[in-house]
Write a protein that binds this ligand. Structure first.
Ligand SMILES: NC(=O)C1=CN([C@@H]2O[C@H](COP(=O)(O)OP(=O)(O)OC[C@H]3O[C@@H](n4cnc5c(N)ncnc54)[C@H](OP(=O)(O)O)[C@@H]3O)[C@@H](O)[C@H]2O)[C@H](O)CC1
Ligand SMILES: [K+]
Length: 503
Protein backbone atom coordinates (compact mmCIF):
# COMPACT_ATOMS: atom_id res chain seq x y z
CA UNK A 1 0.00 0.00 0.00
CA UNK A 2 1.21 3.46 -0.78
CA UNK A 3 1.61 5.97 2.01
CA UNK A 4 0.39 9.30 0.62
CA UNK A 5 1.11 12.74 2.03
CA UNK A 6 -1.79 14.88 3.36
CA UNK A 7 -1.64 16.84 0.12
CA UNK A 8 -1.76 13.70 -2.05
CA UNK A 9 -4.67 12.38 0.05
CA UNK A 10 -6.58 15.57 -0.70
CA UNK A 11 -5.81 15.11 -4.41
CA UNK A 12 -7.04 11.49 -4.18
CA UNK A 13 -10.35 12.81 -2.81
CA UNK A 14 -10.65 15.23 -5.70
CA UNK A 15 -9.77 12.55 -8.28
CA UNK A 16 -12.40 10.21 -6.82
CA UNK A 17 -15.04 12.93 -6.92
CA UNK A 18 -14.20 13.71 -10.57
CA UNK A 19 -14.03 10.08 -11.67
CA UNK A 20 -17.22 8.94 -9.96
CA UNK A 21 -19.01 12.20 -10.79
CA UNK A 22 -20.09 12.55 -7.17
CA UNK A 23 -20.02 15.53 -4.84
CA UNK A 24 -17.49 15.82 -2.00
CA UNK A 25 -20.44 15.58 0.35
CA UNK A 26 -21.21 12.06 -0.97
CA UNK A 27 -17.61 11.00 -0.28
CA UNK A 28 -17.90 12.41 3.23
CA UNK A 29 -21.12 10.48 3.77
CA UNK A 30 -19.35 7.32 2.60
CA UNK A 31 -16.35 7.86 4.89
CA UNK A 32 -18.38 8.73 7.96
CA UNK A 33 -20.84 5.88 7.34
CA UNK A 34 -17.92 3.45 7.11
CA UNK A 35 -16.72 4.86 10.42
CA UNK A 36 -20.17 4.47 11.99
CA UNK A 37 -20.39 0.86 10.79
CA UNK A 38 -16.98 0.22 12.35
CA UNK A 39 -18.06 1.68 15.68
CA UNK A 40 -21.49 0.10 15.88
CA UNK A 41 -19.99 -3.32 15.12
CA UNK A 42 -17.88 -2.92 18.28
CA UNK A 43 -20.12 -1.05 20.71
CA UNK A 44 -23.84 -1.54 21.32
CA UNK A 45 -25.84 1.56 22.33
CA UNK A 46 -25.71 0.34 25.94
CA UNK A 47 -21.93 -0.22 25.87
CA UNK A 48 -21.33 3.12 24.22
CA UNK A 49 -23.40 5.18 26.69
CA UNK A 50 -23.72 8.83 25.74
CA UNK A 51 -21.29 9.56 22.91
CA UNK A 52 -19.74 13.03 22.72
CA UNK A 53 -18.73 14.01 19.16
CA UNK A 54 -16.28 16.92 19.08
CA UNK A 55 -16.34 18.68 15.70
CA UNK A 56 -13.93 21.22 14.22
CA UNK A 57 -14.66 23.66 11.37
CA UNK A 58 -13.42 21.63 8.37
CA UNK A 59 -14.29 18.35 6.72
CA UNK A 60 -13.01 16.34 9.66
CA UNK A 61 -15.70 18.12 11.68
CA UNK A 62 -18.06 17.31 8.80
CA UNK A 63 -17.22 13.60 9.19
CA UNK A 64 -18.05 13.96 12.90
CA UNK A 65 -21.44 15.54 12.12
CA UNK A 66 -22.35 12.74 9.69
CA UNK A 67 -21.27 10.13 12.27
CA UNK A 68 -23.38 11.87 14.94
CA UNK A 69 -26.44 11.80 12.65
CA UNK A 70 -25.91 8.17 11.68
CA UNK A 71 -25.39 7.06 15.28
CA UNK A 72 -28.53 8.90 16.36
CA UNK A 73 -30.49 7.15 13.58
CA UNK A 74 -29.26 3.82 14.90
CA UNK A 75 -30.47 4.48 18.41
CA UNK A 76 -27.26 5.67 20.07
CA UNK A 77 -27.37 8.59 22.50
CA UNK A 78 -25.22 11.33 20.99
CA UNK A 79 -24.32 14.93 21.71
CA UNK A 80 -22.16 17.22 19.59
CA UNK A 81 -19.58 19.81 20.73
CA UNK A 82 -18.73 22.48 18.13
CA UNK A 83 -15.43 24.30 18.13
CA UNK A 84 -15.93 28.04 17.59
CA UNK A 85 -14.49 29.15 14.23
CA UNK A 86 -14.75 32.14 11.87
CA UNK A 87 -15.22 29.92 8.76
CA UNK A 88 -16.50 26.44 8.04
CA UNK A 89 -16.10 24.12 5.07
CA UNK A 90 -19.12 23.74 2.77
CA UNK A 91 -19.60 20.08 3.67
CA UNK A 92 -19.43 20.94 7.37
CA UNK A 93 -22.22 23.48 6.85
CA UNK A 94 -24.40 21.05 4.87
CA UNK A 95 -24.09 18.40 7.56
CA UNK A 96 -24.58 20.87 10.38
CA UNK A 97 -27.98 21.61 8.80
CA UNK A 98 -28.73 17.91 8.48
CA UNK A 99 -28.08 17.16 12.14
CA UNK A 100 -31.41 16.14 13.71
CA UNK A 101 -32.75 18.69 16.19
CA UNK A 102 -32.98 15.91 18.79
CA UNK A 103 -29.15 15.77 18.99
CA UNK A 104 -27.99 18.27 21.64
CA UNK A 105 -25.30 20.68 20.43
CA UNK A 106 -22.86 22.47 22.76
CA UNK A 107 -20.64 25.39 21.83
CA UNK A 108 -17.11 24.57 22.96
CA UNK A 109 -16.28 28.30 23.33
CA UNK A 110 -16.76 27.90 27.06
CA UNK A 111 -14.46 24.85 27.17
CA UNK A 112 -15.14 21.14 27.19
CA UNK A 113 -18.34 20.09 29.00
CA UNK A 114 -17.69 17.71 31.88
CA UNK A 115 -16.96 14.22 30.60
CA UNK A 116 -17.34 11.12 32.76
CA UNK A 117 -14.26 8.91 32.98
CA UNK A 118 -14.59 6.15 30.38
CA UNK A 119 -17.16 8.08 28.33
CA UNK A 120 -16.92 7.53 24.57
CA UNK A 121 -15.68 10.62 22.72
CA UNK A 122 -15.25 10.93 18.95
CA UNK A 123 -12.48 13.31 18.01
CA UNK A 124 -13.44 15.07 14.76
CA UNK A 125 -11.78 18.40 15.55
CA UNK A 126 -9.04 18.42 12.90
CA UNK A 127 -7.88 15.99 10.25
CA UNK A 128 -5.44 16.22 7.39
CA UNK A 129 -6.19 19.94 6.91
CA UNK A 130 -4.22 20.83 10.03
CA UNK A 131 -1.80 23.52 8.88
CA UNK A 132 -0.09 24.53 12.15
CA UNK A 133 0.12 23.41 15.78
CA UNK A 134 -3.05 23.92 17.79
CA UNK A 135 -3.25 26.95 20.04
CA UNK A 136 -5.87 28.98 21.93
CA UNK A 137 -9.31 27.45 22.42
CA UNK A 138 -8.57 24.34 20.32
CA UNK A 139 -5.42 23.52 22.30
CA UNK A 140 -7.27 24.04 25.58
CA UNK A 141 -10.08 21.67 24.52
CA UNK A 142 -7.55 19.00 23.55
CA UNK A 143 -5.77 19.34 26.90
CA UNK A 144 -9.04 19.07 28.80
CA UNK A 145 -10.00 16.03 26.75
CA UNK A 146 -6.67 14.32 27.44
CA UNK A 147 -7.14 14.95 31.17
CA UNK A 148 -10.66 13.49 31.13
CA UNK A 149 -9.64 9.79 30.89
CA UNK A 150 -12.30 9.22 28.26
CA UNK A 151 -12.34 6.48 25.63
CA UNK A 152 -11.33 8.64 22.69
CA UNK A 153 -11.68 7.47 19.10
CA UNK A 154 -10.05 9.74 16.55
CA UNK A 155 -11.63 10.09 13.13
CA UNK A 156 -8.94 9.96 10.42
CA UNK A 157 -6.10 11.18 12.68
CA UNK A 158 -5.79 12.41 16.27
CA UNK A 159 -6.44 16.17 16.21
CA UNK A 160 -3.26 18.20 16.46
CA UNK A 161 -1.12 15.49 14.85
CA UNK A 162 0.29 16.24 11.41
CA UNK A 163 -0.06 13.37 8.92
CA UNK A 164 3.50 13.43 7.63
CA UNK A 165 5.68 15.87 9.56
CA UNK A 166 6.68 16.39 13.19
CA UNK A 167 5.10 19.11 15.31
CA UNK A 168 6.83 21.03 18.12
CA UNK A 169 7.41 18.91 21.23
CA UNK A 170 4.88 20.68 23.48
CA UNK A 171 2.00 20.81 20.94
CA UNK A 172 -1.51 19.85 22.04
CA UNK A 173 -2.45 16.52 20.41
CA UNK A 174 -5.41 14.27 21.21
CA UNK A 175 -4.47 10.97 22.85
CA UNK A 176 -6.77 8.43 21.21
CA UNK A 177 -7.31 4.77 22.10
CA UNK A 178 -8.21 4.05 18.50
CA UNK A 179 -7.66 5.98 15.30
CA UNK A 180 -9.96 5.08 12.45
CA UNK A 181 -8.67 6.31 9.13
CA UNK A 182 -9.59 5.87 5.50
CA UNK A 183 -8.15 3.79 2.64
CA UNK A 184 -4.39 4.23 3.15
CA UNK A 185 -2.13 4.53 6.20
CA UNK A 186 -0.49 7.80 7.20
CA UNK A 187 3.20 8.08 8.03
CA UNK A 188 2.36 9.46 11.50
CA UNK A 189 0.79 6.11 12.48
CA UNK A 190 4.04 4.22 11.95
CA UNK A 191 6.39 6.15 14.20
CA UNK A 192 7.02 5.27 17.86
CA UNK A 193 6.90 8.92 18.95
CA UNK A 194 3.23 9.13 17.92
CA UNK A 195 2.06 5.86 19.48
CA UNK A 196 0.72 7.62 22.60
CA UNK A 197 -1.63 9.71 20.39
CA UNK A 198 -2.62 7.22 17.70
CA UNK A 199 -3.36 4.16 19.87
CA UNK A 200 -4.55 1.22 17.75
CA UNK A 201 -5.15 2.29 14.18
CA UNK A 202 -7.56 0.89 11.63
CA UNK A 203 -8.17 1.52 7.94
CA UNK A 204 -11.57 1.54 6.28
CA UNK A 205 -11.89 1.36 2.48
CA UNK A 206 -13.94 4.22 1.00
CA UNK A 207 -13.33 3.59 -2.69
CA UNK A 208 -10.71 6.29 -3.34
CA UNK A 209 -9.66 6.32 -7.00
CA UNK A 210 -7.54 3.22 -7.74
CA UNK A 211 -6.26 4.90 -10.86
CA UNK A 212 -5.06 7.99 -9.00
CA UNK A 213 -3.38 5.88 -6.31
CA UNK A 214 -1.65 3.69 -8.91
CA UNK A 215 -0.40 6.66 -10.89
CA UNK A 216 0.80 8.67 -7.90
CA UNK A 217 4.46 8.39 -6.99
CA UNK A 218 4.84 7.54 -3.33
CA UNK A 219 8.10 7.91 -1.46
CA UNK A 220 6.85 5.42 1.12
CA UNK A 221 5.02 2.09 1.11
CA UNK A 222 3.31 0.00 3.76
CA UNK A 223 4.09 -3.64 2.97
CA UNK A 224 1.18 -6.06 3.16
CA UNK A 225 0.73 -9.53 1.67
CA UNK A 226 -0.82 -8.21 -1.56
CA UNK A 227 2.39 -6.39 -2.43
CA UNK A 228 4.36 -9.66 -2.30
CA UNK A 229 2.27 -11.53 -4.87
CA UNK A 230 4.52 -13.36 -7.33
CA UNK A 231 7.75 -12.64 -5.46
CA UNK A 232 8.15 -16.21 -4.22
CA UNK A 233 6.90 -18.69 -6.82
CA UNK A 234 6.17 -22.28 -5.88
CA UNK A 235 9.05 -24.67 -6.49
CA UNK A 236 9.14 -26.45 -9.83
CA UNK A 237 8.92 -30.24 -9.66
CA UNK A 238 12.44 -30.74 -11.04
CA UNK A 239 14.10 -28.31 -8.67
CA UNK A 240 17.24 -29.55 -6.91
CA UNK A 241 19.24 -28.09 -4.07
CA UNK A 242 21.52 -26.26 -6.51
CA UNK A 243 18.52 -24.28 -7.77
CA UNK A 244 18.24 -22.55 -4.41
CA UNK A 245 21.77 -21.32 -4.03
CA UNK A 246 24.53 -21.85 -1.52
CA UNK A 247 24.64 -19.43 1.41
CA UNK A 248 27.60 -18.66 3.63
CA UNK A 249 27.20 -17.30 7.15
CA UNK A 250 30.10 -15.84 9.13
CA UNK A 251 28.93 -15.78 12.72
CA UNK A 252 29.69 -16.52 16.35
CA UNK A 253 32.43 -16.01 18.90
CA UNK A 254 33.12 -17.40 22.37
CA UNK A 255 29.85 -17.16 24.34
CA UNK A 256 27.83 -16.19 21.28
CA UNK A 257 27.66 -19.36 19.22
CA UNK A 258 23.91 -19.29 19.93
CA UNK A 259 23.62 -16.32 17.54
CA UNK A 260 25.29 -18.41 14.82
CA UNK A 261 22.94 -21.33 15.53
CA UNK A 262 19.83 -19.11 15.28
CA UNK A 263 20.97 -17.49 12.02
CA UNK A 264 21.85 -20.96 10.67
CA UNK A 265 18.48 -22.50 11.48
CA UNK A 266 16.66 -19.46 10.09
CA UNK A 267 18.65 -19.64 6.86
CA UNK A 268 17.85 -23.35 6.50
CA UNK A 269 14.14 -22.78 7.16
CA UNK A 270 14.02 -19.99 4.57
CA UNK A 271 14.78 -22.18 1.62
CA UNK A 272 18.52 -21.91 0.96
CA UNK A 273 19.64 -24.95 -1.08
CA UNK A 274 22.91 -25.34 0.79
CA UNK A 275 24.39 -23.57 3.77
CA UNK A 276 27.95 -23.37 5.02
CA UNK A 277 28.67 -21.67 8.32
CA UNK A 278 32.03 -20.22 9.29
CA UNK A 279 32.40 -20.31 13.07
CA UNK A 280 35.42 -20.22 15.39
CA UNK A 281 36.68 -23.63 16.56
CA UNK A 282 34.62 -23.50 19.73
CA UNK A 283 31.44 -23.57 17.65
CA UNK A 284 32.11 -26.80 15.77
CA UNK A 285 30.34 -29.37 17.97
CA UNK A 286 27.56 -26.99 18.93
CA UNK A 287 26.68 -26.19 15.35
CA UNK A 288 27.01 -29.72 13.99
CA UNK A 289 24.73 -31.06 16.69
CA UNK A 290 22.14 -28.28 16.62
CA UNK A 291 21.96 -27.88 12.84
CA UNK A 292 23.13 -31.08 11.08
CA UNK A 293 21.73 -29.81 7.76
CA UNK A 294 24.40 -27.08 7.62
CA UNK A 295 28.06 -27.60 6.74
CA UNK A 296 30.47 -26.22 9.31
CA UNK A 297 33.72 -24.62 8.25
CA UNK A 298 35.70 -23.89 11.38
CA UNK A 299 38.16 -21.05 11.64
CA UNK A 300 41.74 -21.91 12.75
CA UNK A 301 41.16 -19.76 15.86
CA UNK A 302 39.17 -21.13 18.80
CA UNK A 303 37.23 -18.12 20.06
CA UNK A 304 36.57 -15.81 17.14
CA UNK A 305 36.82 -15.67 13.38
CA UNK A 306 40.23 -14.70 12.01
CA UNK A 307 40.27 -15.89 8.40
CA UNK A 308 38.00 -15.47 5.41
CA UNK A 309 37.28 -18.76 3.65
CA UNK A 310 37.34 -19.13 -0.15
CA UNK A 311 34.22 -17.28 -1.34
CA UNK A 312 33.81 -18.89 -4.75
CA UNK A 313 31.05 -21.43 -3.96
CA UNK A 314 28.56 -18.98 -2.46
CA UNK A 315 25.59 -17.15 -3.93
CA UNK A 316 25.07 -14.93 -0.85
CA UNK A 317 27.02 -14.16 2.30
CA UNK A 318 25.67 -13.08 5.70
CA UNK A 319 28.02 -11.73 8.36
CA UNK A 320 27.58 -10.43 11.87
CA UNK A 321 25.49 -12.44 14.36
CA UNK A 322 27.55 -12.98 17.54
CA UNK A 323 30.71 -12.08 15.63
CA UNK A 324 32.56 -10.00 18.25
CA UNK A 325 34.80 -7.09 17.35
CA UNK A 326 38.33 -8.56 17.62
CA UNK A 327 40.96 -6.91 15.43
CA UNK A 328 41.42 -10.03 13.31
CA UNK A 329 37.64 -10.32 12.87
CA UNK A 330 37.60 -6.75 11.62
CA UNK A 331 40.31 -7.72 9.11
CA UNK A 332 38.05 -10.51 7.88
CA UNK A 333 35.26 -7.98 7.32
CA UNK A 334 37.61 -5.63 5.44
CA UNK A 335 38.72 -8.48 3.20
CA UNK A 336 35.14 -9.59 2.66
CA UNK A 337 34.10 -6.10 1.51
CA UNK A 338 37.02 -6.09 -0.92
CA UNK A 339 36.66 -9.60 -2.31
CA UNK A 340 32.96 -10.49 -2.19
CA UNK A 341 31.37 -11.12 -5.56
CA UNK A 342 28.20 -12.54 -4.01
CA UNK A 343 25.59 -10.27 -2.38
CA UNK A 344 26.16 -9.36 1.28
CA UNK A 345 23.90 -9.18 4.32
CA UNK A 346 25.56 -7.30 7.18
CA UNK A 347 24.31 -7.36 10.76
CA UNK A 348 25.14 -6.87 14.44
CA UNK A 349 28.88 -6.70 15.27
CA UNK A 350 29.76 -6.39 11.59
CA UNK A 351 27.69 -3.18 11.62
CA UNK A 352 29.34 -2.04 14.84
CA UNK A 353 32.74 -2.58 13.20
CA UNK A 354 31.58 -0.45 10.26
CA UNK A 355 30.39 2.18 12.73
CA UNK A 356 33.79 2.26 14.42
CA UNK A 357 35.59 2.37 11.06
CA UNK A 358 33.30 4.49 8.92
CA UNK A 359 35.85 4.79 6.13
CA UNK A 360 34.83 1.18 5.35
CA UNK A 361 31.33 2.28 4.38
CA UNK A 362 32.69 3.56 1.09
CA UNK A 363 33.80 -0.04 0.34
CA UNK A 364 30.33 -1.53 0.72
CA UNK A 365 29.52 -3.44 -2.47
CA UNK A 366 26.44 -1.93 -4.18
CA UNK A 367 23.13 -3.54 -3.14
CA UNK A 368 24.46 -4.83 0.18
CA UNK A 369 21.70 -5.27 2.78
CA UNK A 370 22.38 -3.88 6.27
CA UNK A 371 20.11 -4.79 9.18
CA UNK A 372 20.72 -2.36 12.09
CA UNK A 373 18.47 -1.66 15.07
CA UNK A 374 18.22 2.07 15.83
CA UNK A 375 21.29 2.07 18.13
CA UNK A 376 23.43 0.33 15.51
CA UNK A 377 22.12 2.71 12.87
CA UNK A 378 23.07 5.65 15.05
CA UNK A 379 26.62 4.27 15.22
CA UNK A 380 26.68 4.26 11.42
CA UNK A 381 25.29 7.79 11.10
CA UNK A 382 24.44 10.16 13.96
CA UNK A 383 21.89 10.44 16.77
CA UNK A 384 18.48 11.36 15.36
CA UNK A 385 16.50 14.31 16.75
CA UNK A 386 13.26 12.36 16.39
CA UNK A 387 11.69 9.54 14.36
CA UNK A 388 11.17 11.76 11.30
CA UNK A 389 14.81 12.83 11.34
CA UNK A 390 15.84 9.17 11.64
CA UNK A 391 13.94 8.42 8.42
CA UNK A 392 15.73 11.28 6.69
CA UNK A 393 19.06 9.87 7.88
CA UNK A 394 18.01 6.45 6.61
CA UNK A 395 17.11 7.78 3.18
CA UNK A 396 20.36 9.72 2.85
CA UNK A 397 22.47 6.82 4.10
CA UNK A 398 20.99 4.38 1.57
CA UNK A 399 21.43 6.87 -1.27
CA UNK A 400 25.01 7.67 -0.31
CA UNK A 401 26.18 4.06 0.04
CA UNK A 402 23.83 2.53 -2.62
CA UNK A 403 22.71 -0.02 -0.05
CA UNK A 404 19.45 -1.36 1.39
CA UNK A 405 19.10 -0.72 5.10
CA UNK A 406 16.60 -2.54 7.30
CA UNK A 407 15.98 -0.29 10.30
CA UNK A 408 14.50 -2.69 12.81
CA UNK A 409 11.60 -1.69 15.06
CA UNK A 410 7.83 -2.01 15.50
CA UNK A 411 7.23 -1.12 11.84
CA UNK A 412 10.65 -2.12 10.53
CA UNK A 413 11.55 0.34 7.79
CA UNK A 414 13.62 -0.64 4.77
CA UNK A 415 15.46 2.15 2.97
CA UNK A 416 16.34 1.56 -0.71
CA UNK A 417 19.19 3.21 -2.61
CA UNK A 418 16.90 5.42 -4.69
CA UNK A 419 15.34 6.81 -1.49
CA UNK A 420 12.07 4.86 -1.21
CA UNK A 421 11.05 3.62 2.25
CA UNK A 422 9.11 0.38 2.91
CA UNK A 423 7.39 -0.07 6.29
CA UNK A 424 6.64 -3.63 7.37
CA UNK A 425 3.20 -4.58 8.66
CA UNK A 426 3.90 -7.84 10.50
CA UNK A 427 5.52 -8.64 13.85
CA UNK A 428 4.77 -8.04 17.52
CA UNK A 429 6.37 -6.79 20.71
CA UNK A 430 7.29 -10.35 21.73
CA UNK A 431 9.94 -10.26 19.00
CA UNK A 432 11.90 -7.65 20.95
CA UNK A 433 13.98 -10.47 22.40
CA UNK A 434 17.61 -11.64 22.09
CA UNK A 435 18.35 -13.52 18.89
CA UNK A 436 15.42 -12.16 16.88
CA UNK A 437 17.82 -10.11 14.72
CA UNK A 438 20.09 -13.14 14.16
CA UNK A 439 17.07 -14.97 12.78
CA UNK A 440 16.36 -12.10 10.36
CA UNK A 441 19.95 -12.20 9.07
CA UNK A 442 19.56 -15.90 8.30
CA UNK A 443 16.25 -15.31 6.53
CA UNK A 444 17.48 -12.50 4.28
CA UNK A 445 20.75 -14.31 3.49
CA UNK A 446 18.74 -17.36 2.40
CA UNK A 447 16.54 -15.27 0.10
CA UNK A 448 19.56 -13.54 -1.46
CA UNK A 449 21.19 -16.96 -1.93
CA UNK A 450 18.06 -18.00 -3.87
CA UNK A 451 18.70 -15.10 -6.24
CA UNK A 452 15.90 -12.79 -5.10
CA UNK A 453 16.68 -9.14 -5.82
CA UNK A 454 17.92 -7.13 -2.83
CA UNK A 455 14.59 -5.28 -2.63
CA UNK A 456 12.52 -8.46 -2.71
CA UNK A 457 14.84 -10.32 -0.33
CA UNK A 458 14.76 -7.52 2.24
CA UNK A 459 11.04 -6.69 2.02
CA UNK A 460 9.92 -10.33 1.89
CA UNK A 461 12.45 -11.41 4.53
CA UNK A 462 11.29 -8.78 7.00
CA UNK A 463 7.64 -9.56 6.28
CA UNK A 464 8.04 -13.35 6.68
CA UNK A 465 10.15 -12.91 9.84
CA UNK A 466 7.39 -10.76 11.37
CA UNK A 467 4.65 -13.08 10.24
CA UNK A 468 6.51 -16.07 11.73
CA UNK A 469 6.72 -14.08 14.97
CA UNK A 470 2.97 -13.45 14.85
CA UNK A 471 2.20 -17.13 14.25
CA UNK A 472 4.60 -18.11 17.04
CA UNK A 473 3.02 -15.62 19.46
CA UNK A 474 -0.37 -17.25 18.91
CA UNK A 475 1.15 -20.32 20.53
CA UNK A 476 3.58 -18.84 23.08
CA UNK A 477 2.11 -15.43 23.89
CA UNK A 478 4.31 -12.38 23.43
CA UNK A 479 6.20 -12.60 26.73
CA UNK A 480 7.01 -16.28 26.20
CA UNK A 481 8.24 -15.83 22.63
CA UNK A 482 11.86 -16.84 21.96
CA UNK A 483 13.86 -16.24 18.79
CA UNK A 484 13.87 -20.02 18.26
CA UNK A 485 10.05 -19.93 18.13
CA UNK A 486 10.26 -17.49 15.21
CA UNK A 487 12.44 -20.05 13.39
CA UNK A 488 9.84 -22.78 13.95
CA UNK A 489 7.16 -20.74 12.20
CA UNK A 490 9.21 -19.55 9.22
CA UNK A 491 7.95 -22.45 7.10
CA UNK A 492 4.25 -21.61 7.64
CA UNK A 493 4.98 -17.89 7.11
CA UNK A 494 6.70 -18.56 3.77
CA UNK A 495 3.94 -20.94 2.75
CA UNK A 496 1.45 -18.08 3.14
CA UNK A 497 3.37 -15.79 0.78
CA UNK A 498 4.24 -18.41 -1.83
CA UNK A 499 2.40 -17.73 -5.08
CA UNK A 500 0.79 -20.81 -6.63
CA UNK A 501 -0.16 -20.94 -10.27
CA UNK A 502 -3.21 -23.13 -10.73
CA UNK A 503 -3.55 -22.64 -14.49
N1 LIG B 1 -9.36 11.57 2.26
C1 LIG B 1 -10.38 10.99 2.73
O1 LIG B 1 -10.31 9.83 2.86
C2 LIG B 1 -11.57 11.77 3.17
C3 LIG B 1 -11.39 12.73 4.11
N2 LIG B 1 -12.36 13.48 4.61
C4 LIG B 1 -12.14 14.18 5.84
O2 LIG B 1 -11.65 15.46 5.53
C5 LIG B 1 -10.59 15.76 6.41
C6 LIG B 1 -9.79 16.87 5.87
O3 LIG B 1 -10.63 17.99 5.82
P1 LIG B 1 -10.11 19.48 5.68
O4 LIG B 1 -11.31 20.33 5.61
O5 LIG B 1 -9.17 19.55 4.57
O6 LIG B 1 -9.28 19.72 6.98
P2 LIG B 1 -9.61 19.71 8.55
O7 LIG B 1 -10.97 19.23 8.84
O8 LIG B 1 -8.50 19.01 9.18
O9 LIG B 1 -9.55 21.25 9.01
C7 LIG B 1 -9.32 22.32 8.16
C8 LIG B 1 -9.78 23.59 8.87
O10 LIG B 1 -9.06 23.74 10.07
C9 LIG B 1 -8.33 24.97 10.03
N3 LIG B 1 -7.06 24.79 10.74
C10 LIG B 1 -5.98 24.12 10.31
N4 LIG B 1 -5.04 24.09 11.27
C11 LIG B 1 -5.55 24.77 12.33
C12 LIG B 1 -5.07 25.10 13.62
N5 LIG B 1 -3.87 24.70 14.01
N6 LIG B 1 -5.83 25.79 14.46
C13 LIG B 1 -7.07 26.19 14.08
N7 LIG B 1 -7.60 25.93 12.84
C14 LIG B 1 -6.84 25.22 11.99
C15 LIG B 1 -8.17 25.28 8.60
O11 LIG B 1 -7.97 26.66 8.50
P3 LIG B 1 -6.77 27.26 7.60
O12 LIG B 1 -6.60 28.62 8.12
O13 LIG B 1 -5.55 26.40 7.78
O14 LIG B 1 -7.27 27.21 6.21
C16 LIG B 1 -9.50 24.80 8.02
O15 LIG B 1 -10.49 25.74 8.31
C17 LIG B 1 -9.90 14.47 6.59
O16 LIG B 1 -9.05 14.44 7.70
C18 LIG B 1 -11.09 13.53 6.73
O17 LIG B 1 -11.54 13.50 8.06
C19 LIG B 1 -13.64 13.64 3.88
O18 LIG B 1 -14.71 13.33 4.68
C20 LIG B 1 -13.72 12.78 2.62
C21 LIG B 1 -12.93 11.51 2.63
K1 LIG C 1 -9.53 13.99 14.20
Amino acid sequence: MKILTADQTHQADQATIREEKITSEVLMERAATAFTDWLTARQSPAEAGEIMVLCGPGNNGGDGLVAARRLHERGYRVQVGLLPASKHSDDFTINRQRLPAAVPVTDLAAGLPSIQPNALVLDALFGTGLSRPLDGAAAAIVQQLNAAQARVIAIDIPSGLLADAPQPADSAVVRARHTVSFELPKLAFLLPQNAEYVGHWHLLPIGLSREFIEETDAAMHFVDATMLAGWLPERPKFAHKGTYGHALLLAGSHGKIGAAVLATKACLHSGAGLLTVRVPGIGYDILQISAPEAMTLTDPATDFITELPDLKPYSAIGIGPGLGKEKSTKDVLVKLLREAQAPLVIDADALNLLGENRELLAQLPADSILTPHPKEFERLTQPARDDYHRLELLRTFCQQYRCYTVLKGAYTCLGAPEGTLYFNSTGNAGMATGGSGDVLTGVITALRAQHLSPLHAAVLGVYAHGRAGDLAAQETGEAGLLAGDIVRFLGPAFREVTTRTEF
